[in-house]
Design a protein. Structure first.
Length: 373
């Protein structure tokens, strides 16, 4: 039993909230059975109190921290209603009402008052655990984190122990474990905007936590922007592949479940936009997609089949283009588009072909506006 409870001076409340006693009442083992058996023999005057406390613990099932506040309130109200009506002996007792049958009117009233107080204590100390979301919450949930802050207007490059480079923009900050290189998962907590160039290590995934959003990579370059006081987060991929997902149910230890349920896989020139207010996570294309091929590509088309034009853009920017091949069959395109951005290229091509395009889920969808389509 907890040493804070005196053998001869403990109360019913002391017993109910004693950790060792609750373990014995709910999950007895030979050692605890032997202890409380010997205690009962040595203190026969306490046996009744001991049995009553045990029944209350079992009825309340105090080891369950996830009983909702509404359920607790309803149970307490139900008991107090029974007291007012003096309905102490229901024909088919069930749940918490069974413990009332153990007492006389006076002891029952005392027990109910104690239960109300206990629920108040329980509500304060046993709130359902939630996943820390904001930067400060995440720092508070961890211990002994190293923190790097950039208070200046100039970008500041931070070299992490694993060789990863992080460029912190103005007022951005990151935190990470002092054992960063030794951990099986490399975790970083970010506030603000930063560019990451992650050292590749397939055995040690790299995770960045930003206001409810997790960005997971093995080795790549990307930018994370935290905006509107952390209410909005964007992840833009420069190179490589990134997995982005938000917390499910806001509970700790649910990262794998979150990844299975709502992960977006992003490649270069794609981005994810996340809102912490409405929990939406959307894929998109970055504002200024860059040509990914070394040495560039010649966008000079002369009587080129439209299918080949679309494939050239896909190859250059790494963005999927979806269209109905049949609707553009036998169509050709002629133009030189070496100085135009990707969006400008698409505008010119679509205008020439009497078509239009939309960006949907990080992809380009092209529609034929010609009659009959």
């Amino acid at each position: 039993m907890n040493k804070n409870v005196h053998f001869f001076d403990f109360s019913l409340t002391d017993l109910i909230w004693d950790e060792d006693f609750r373990k014995w009442a709910l999950l007895p083992d030979p050692q605890s059975d032997n202890y409380w058996s010997e205690f009962s023999k040595a203190n026969p005057d306490k046996v009744g109190l001991l049995n009553n406390a045990k029944k209350i613990v079992q009825a309340l099932n105090i080891r369950e921290p996830f009983l909702s506040e509404l359920e607790k309130a309803l149970e307490v109200r139900k008991i107090l209603t029974k007291i007012d009506k003096k309905e102490w002996m229901p024909s088919k007792p069930n749940g918490i009402i069974r413990l009332i049958q153990l007492y006389s009117w006076q002891l029952g009233l005392t027990a109910c008052i104690m239960i109300v107080i206990a629920f108040s204590i329980f509500r304060i100390n046993q709130q359902p655990v939630k996943q820390p979301v904001t930067y400060q919450e995440q720092r508070a949930a961890e211990t002994k984190l190293h923190e790097k802050i950039n208070p200046s207007a100039n970008p500041d490059t931070v070299l992490l122990p694993d060789g990863t480079k992080v460029v912190l923009m103005k007022n951005a900050r990151i935190s990470y474990s002092p054992d960063f290189s030794l951990l099986t998962t490399r975790k970083i907590f970010l506030s603000g905007t930063a560019i990451f160039e992650v050292a590749r290590n397939p055995q040690k995934p790299f995770l960045v936590y930003t206001n409810g959003l997790i960005t997971e990579v093995l080795g790549t370059r990307f930018i994370i922007k935290s905006m509107d006081a952390g209410k909005k987060v964007s992840v833009e991929v420069i190179s490589g592949i990134v997995s982005v997902y938000s917390f499910i149910n806001n509970k700790p230890g649910k990262e794998k479940e979150s990844k299975k349920l709502n992960a977006l896989i992003l490649t270069a020139n794609q981005k994810a936009n996340y809102s912490s207010e409405d929990k939406t996570l959307m894929a998109a294309i970055v504002t200024n997609p860059a040509v990914l091929l070394n040495g560039g590509i010649d966008f000079k088309f002369k009587g080129t089949p439209v299918d080949s034009v679309f494939k050239a853009i896909e190859k250059a920017y790494g963005i999927n283009i979806i269209y109905d091949e049949g609707s553009f069959k036998n169509r050709n395109f002629t133009a030189t588009l070496n100085s135009e951005s990707m969006y400008e290229k698409l505008d010119i091509i679509c205008k020439a072909l009497n078509s239009r395009y939309d960006v949907i889920d990080g992809k380009i969808v092209i529609y034929n506006n010609a009659p009959g389509y």
